[in-house]
Ligand binder design. Structure first.
Ligand SMILES: [Zn+2]
Length: 468
C-alpha cells in the first residue's frame, strides 16, 4: 500500500517537472538537445527473485535478462519492468516480485555532451536529487587542481566512444593526487610512489560510485595538512581517481533527469542500432566490464541489446583500450603468464573498481572461481578486512558468492600486470538505500562514511599488498 502511495507522489512531481520543461525552463541554445520528458523510467522498476539455483545465471544472461550482482543461497535477482516479469515466467523461470523501486523525482540536466567551458555553472549540474552530471564531475576535477596545485593533476587519458566518432561525447579524465615531488603523477612506471587507482561508474547507472569518488577527491585534497592520516597518505602514495569511467553511459543516465535511465553500458550503437537508448532492458552499448581480454566470453552475452553484451571482440571498446593504456603507463608488469603465476611480494599498487550494489568485495579470478590466482591468500585477506570495515559485507571470488563473469577490468589488471585488484559492490541489497538510484541523502548518511574507511585501508595496503 505505502509503495503505491509513494509512486503516486513521485508521478505527481514528475508531471510538474515535465510541465516545467514545456514551459521553457531550459532556454535553449540550439546546440543543446531537446530535453526529454521522462518516459521509460516513469513507471516503477521491479526486482524479481528467481529461484532454481545459481546454475541458472548463465541461462538468464544468455536470454538477455538484467541479472543483478546479488545472490541469496541459490536465488538470483533480475531487474526490469512489469513486462520483464511476464517474460521471466513465460521462459519457465520461477520469479516473484522481491522489491518495487519507485522512480526518483528531480529535474533533468539541460545539456548533453561535454561543456565547452567547465565553469561554475557546469559544476552545479545535478540530477536525481543531487548526483553530479559528467560536466559537474569534470568541472570539479579542474577546480580541485586549481585550488590545490601542489597536490592534484588532471589527466586526459582518451576519448569516449561518441567523442571518438565526432558526435558529442566526452574526454576520459583522471586526477592524480599526491604531495607532488619530482616524478610524481607522471605517466611512467618508474614513478617513485606506490599507486592506488580508484574508479567509479564504469557501469553508468551505478551512480553511488561516482559520488563516492567525488567525496574521496575532496577528502584527500581538503585534508592534506590538517588531517594527519591524509597527510601521511599523500606524502607516501599517489592516488588516482577516475570518477566516471563511462561518461557516454552516464550522459544517458542523467538524461532521464527525474527518472535516471538505467543505462549500464557505453553508447556504442555500431553493433545493434535498434537497441533502446533509454536504459531499458534492451539497451544500446557494450558492457565495459565484460569486454576485456581476460576471461573474455564467460558470464556475458553475444546479443547486442543485452545488458551484458561483451562486444564484437575482446578489448573492442575505446573506453576499455584507454583504461588499459593508462594502467600500463602507471604499473609495471610483475606477473608471469598462466592463471596460477604469482606476482612477487614486493609488487606495489592496487586498483579498486567501484560498482553497486549488494555489499560485496570481489577479487580475481572472476571468470572461474574454481581457478585460484597465485596471490589468492593475500587478495582474500585484504578483501576480508575491507568487508569487515564495511560492517560485514560478503567477500570472495565472484563465482563463490555470485556467479562467474569474464572480461572484467579487475581480472585484466591482475592478469596483465599482477596488480592487486578489487571490485566493491556498494549498496544495501534490499530495503533502505538499496538500488541503483538511492535517495541522495543515503550518500551522506550511509555510503560515504562506510566507504571512506575502506579507501583509507586500501591506501595503507597499496605499497605492499602481497607482503603479508
Ligand atoms: Zn557494475
Amino acid at each position: 500500500m505505502s509503495l503505491t502511495r509513494r509512486s503516486a507522489l513521485a508521478m505527481t512531481v514528475a508531471a510538474g517537472a515535465a510541465a516545467a520543461v514545456l514551459a521553457g525552463a531550459f532556454p535553449g541554445a540550439s546546440a543543446a538537445p531537446t530535453p526529454t520528458a521522462p518516459t521509460a523510467q516513469q513507471s516503477a522498476s521491479y526486482v524479481y527473485r528467481v529461484t532454481g539455483g545459481v546454475a541458472r545465471a548463465e541461462a538468464l544472461l544468455r536470454e538477455g535478462f538484467d541479472v543483478l550482482e546479488e545472490r541469496q543461497g541459490g536465488d538470483l535477482f533480475v531487474m526490469g519492468s512489469a513486462e520483464v516479469g511476464a517474460r521471466l515466467r513465460a521462459g519457465g523461470h520461477r520469479a516473484s516480485v522481491e522489491q518495487v523501486l519507485p522512480p526518483v523525482a528531480w529535474a533533468p540536466p539541460a545539456r548533453s555532451g561535454q561543456a565547452a567551458v567547465l565553469d561554475a555553472a557546469a559544476a552545479e549540474e545535478t540530477y536525481a536529487g543531487g548526483y553530479r552530471t559528467v560536466n559537474a564531475q569534470y568541472a570539479h576535477l579542474d577546480q580541485v587542481a586549481r585550488d590545490h596545485a601542489a597536490l592534484a593533476t588532471v589527466v586526459d587519458y582518451g576519448d569516449s566512444w561518441r567523442k571518438s566518432r565526432g558526435s558529442g561525447g566526452y574526454d576520459l579524465k583522471a586526477i592524480c593526487i599526491t604531495k607532488k615531488n619530482a616524478g610524481d603523477c607522471a605517466l611512467s612506471t618508474a614513478a617513485p610512489k606506490p599507486r592506488l587507482f580508484v574508479m567509479g561508474q564504469l557501469h553508468a547507472r551505478e551512480i553511488t560510485t561516482g559520488d563516492v569518488a567525488y567525496r574521496w577527491i575532496d577528502h584527500l585534497t581538503d585534508g592534506y595538512g590538517s588531517d594527519s592520516q591524509v597527510t601521511t597518505l599523500l606524502d607516501t602514495t599517489e592516488v588516482w581517481v577516475v570518477p566516471i569511467a563511462n561518461p557516454d553511459g552516464v550522459d544517458i543516465v542523467q538524461r532521464g533527469g527525474s527518472y535516471p535511465y538505467l543505462q549500464r553500458k557505453n553508447a556504442n550503437n555500431g553493433n545493434g542500432p535498434s537497441c533502446g537508448t533509454t536504459g531499458g532492458s534492451s539497451q544500446v552499448g557494450i558492457d565495459l566490464n565484460r569486454n576485456t581480454s581476460s576471461g573474455y566470453g564467460t558470464g556475458s552475452s553475444t546479443s547486442p541489446c543485452s545488458e551484458t553484451y561483451r562486444g564484437p571482440s575482446a578489448n573492442s571498446e575505446v573506453e576499455t583500450k584507454a583504461l588499459q593504456s593508462l594502467w600500463r603507463s602507471l604499473y609495471r608488469d610483475r606477473r608471469g603468464t598462466g592463471t596460477g603465476a604469482a606476482a612477487p611480494a614486493d609488487t606495489t599498487g592496487m586498483v579498486i573498481s567501484m560498482h553497486s550494489y549488494s555489499n560485496m568485495v570481489l577479487f580475481p579470478w572472476g571468470f572461474n572461481s574454481a581457478v585460484k590466482s597465485g596471490n589468492d591468500s593475500s587478495l582474500r585477506a585484504i578483501a576480508r578486512q575491507m568487508a569487515s570495515l564495511a560492517g560485514g559485507w560478503r567477500y570472495g571470488q565472484p563465482g563463490e558468492i555470485l556467479y562467474n563473469a569474464g572480461g572484467a577490468t579487475d581480472d585484466w589488471v591482475y592478469d596483465d600486470l599482477g596488480v592487486s585488484s578489487f571490485v566493491w559492490e556498494i549498496g544495501n541489497p534490499s530495503g533502505n538505500c538499496s538500488g541503483f538510484t538511492p535517495a541522495y541523502s543515503c550518500q551522506t548518511s550511509l555510503y560515504w562514511p562506510k566507504v571512506k574507511g575502506m579507501l583509507l585501508y586500501a591506501a595503507s595496503k597499496t605499497a605492499r599488498p602481497y607482503a603479508g
